[in-house]
Every structure is written in C-alpha cells, then in structure tokens.
Design a protein around this ligand. Structure first.
Ligand code: MG
Length: 314
C-alpha cells in the first residue's frame, strides 16, 4: 500500500493491554507517520464504539485500510464493523490473550507488525455469528462460559492471566456438568453432559489446541464436544488436550459445519464468545464466509503452548 492510496483508520482501545503492548501500538503509528501515511487515530470509548468507527471507515472512500490496536474484544468489534467491505484490516495485538492475532501468526513485536504491513499478504477471515452476535475466534458453552462470567464480574479494566485463577478454581469445584444438545447442519451430533466449543481458530487460551483442524478462511466452523460428567473426567480431558491426544479419544466428538445449534433443558448455562460473556441458550451459530480481508504475516503459524509461555514470561 502507498501513502496516496488513502488514509489509515487507526482504532485504538486505550484500556486494553499491558504498557509494553500499548507502546508497540504507539511505535507502529509513529512508523506509519514517518513513512508519509496519513493516520487518523480513534480512541475507542467502548466495544460498540470500536464497531461504529470501523463501520464509518468501511464506507469511507478515502480510507485505504484499518488498523485495530487492542485485545480480542476490540478486534472482534472492528472486524464486525468491516464485515463485507474490502478494506484490509491489520491487527496490532495489545490484549492479554490475542487469540485471533496469534492464530493469524502475529507476535507482539513491532518488527513483525512492520514486516506484515510491508509484505501486504492478505487472507480472508470468516466470522461467526451467535444469535446475531459476531465472533472471530471461539464460542464456549458450559465450563469456560462460567469461568468467563466470573472473570467479567470481577473485571476492572485490563485483565491478565492471574485474574483467571480464582474463577477457574471456583468453577472447577462447583460446575454442574449439565446436559446440552448440539446439532450441526441439521443433524444432531450430541446430547448429554459435556463441554462444547465452536470456533474458527485452532488455538485457544494459553495456546491450547482444541479445534485442531480449524482454518479461519475455509468457510466452515469447527465443533468439538468433550463428553464429560465429572471433575475427574474434566481433568483427563485437560491432560489429553495439553498432550494433543484429545481428538482421537472416543469421548470427544469433532465436526465441521456451517450452521450449529446448542440448546439445553437446563437454564442458566453460561456461554462465552471470544472471552466475553455470550448469549443465553438456545444459541444458533452461523458462519459468515470471507467476511473481512486481513493483512497477515506470510507463512506464519499459530504459536503453541510452549511459545506462549515463553512470551508470557517475557
Ligand atoms: Mg473455519
């Protein structure tokens, strides 16, 4: 992209991220200005505002590309705002997890972001829609929904890994393993007690590989159900997931599809989408194929658990 192609809408969530990742956002903006690009910075006031700013950029003829500097929530809202437009989106990862950025092959280094921008390698990104709410990465039903609800109830601004400890611990001890029903493209694939994940990326929190075969631009969502009725069974699933043995187990169901529904006779089952509290069941999920064009590092692979831990230790 050249400076006379148009301005760059630079959307920043000032609340997201640790100080170090915020600096990367600042440095990249400085780099663009130094290279002669016209940069229009918008500091978001809420997630809804991030979506509005992106929607305005999507329809502005003079805007050549959009940068989203923030965590997964900000990136999701910007992607939602850009849905269906051909404006390229570049992510500057500034959150705790950066699930999508990690999947696209980013790390949090300025060097990687500049190289990606200069390489201008574009891949389409599918989005998911859960009861009309957009998501980029993963929707979880049951256990992780409850963890996310607890984290968000105690949330004060930016969150880090330690904020997940007590919610995880408490959910582990009082989770009820209620039954759910899952259908994919019209056929029922599961009914019973278990944990359900639907998504578009292969790596989940801390680099765990749950949706092994997920490809973010294949026009399909991946579904993984861990049959699970007890804490001991949950521990077994966790160990097998870390060891990447889970997909071959008889108590794991793996499918791909375009329309998924998750329902339950129990009330109050928590859900999460992209790490934020999600809609109540029943939830209808649809894939929105090739919704956004993303500028991504060419040939990069998602980082796994080991790389993520090394990065977190900094
Ligand atoms: Mg996919």
């Amino acid at each position: 992209m050249k400076p006379d192609d148009g301005y760059i809408a630079y959307i920043i969530n000032p609340k997201s991220g640790a100080t170090s990742s915020k600096l990367v956002g600042r440095w990249f903006e400085e780099y663009l200005v130094k290279k002669g690009y016209k940069v229009k910075v918008s500091l978001t006031t809420s997630l809804a505002n991030a979506c509005e700013v992106a929607t305005d950029a999507a329809v502005d003829y003079n805007c050549a590309m959009v940068v989203a500097a923030g965590g997964d929530g900000t990136v999701r809202e910007v992607a939602h705002g850009l849905e269906g437009s051909d404006k390229p989106l570049l992510i500057v990862p500034c959150g705790t997890e950066n699930l999508l950025a990690n999947e696209l092959g980013f790390d949090e280094k300025l060097k990687t972001i500049i190289k990606t921008f200069e390489g201008w390698f574009i891949r389409p990104l599918d989005l998911g829609s859960a009861n009309g709410k957009c998501f980029t990465s993963i929707a979880g039903f049951g256990f992780d929904g409850q963890v996310v609800r607890r984290v968000s109830e105690q949330r004060r601004g930016h969150i880090d890994y330690f904020d997940y400890f007590w919610p995880l611990w408490r959910t582990f001890w009082d989770y009820k393993f209620e039954a759910m029903k899952v259908t994919v493209d019209g056929s029922e694939i599961f009914q019973g007690r278990g944990l359900v994940f639907v998504g578009n990326i292969s790596r989940y929190a801390v680099g765990l590989q749950i949706l092994h075969y997920a490809d973010f631009s294949d026009g399909l969502l991946d579904i993984c159900v861990y049959k699970c009725a007890s804490r001991i069974h949950l521990v077994k699933h966790s160990i097998f997931t870390v060891l990447k043995r889970d997909v071959n187990c008889s108590d794991v169901i793996y499918r791909q599809g375009k329309e998924i529904s998750v329902s339950s006779d129990s009330i109050g089952i928590d859900t999460e989408i992209d790490g934020d509290p999600g809609p109540a069941l029943p939830v209808q999920i649809k894939v929105i194929p090739r919704a956004v064009n993303c500028v991504v590092p060419e040939g990069a692979r998602p980082a796994g658990i080991r790389t993520r831990i090394i990065r977190a230790l900094g």
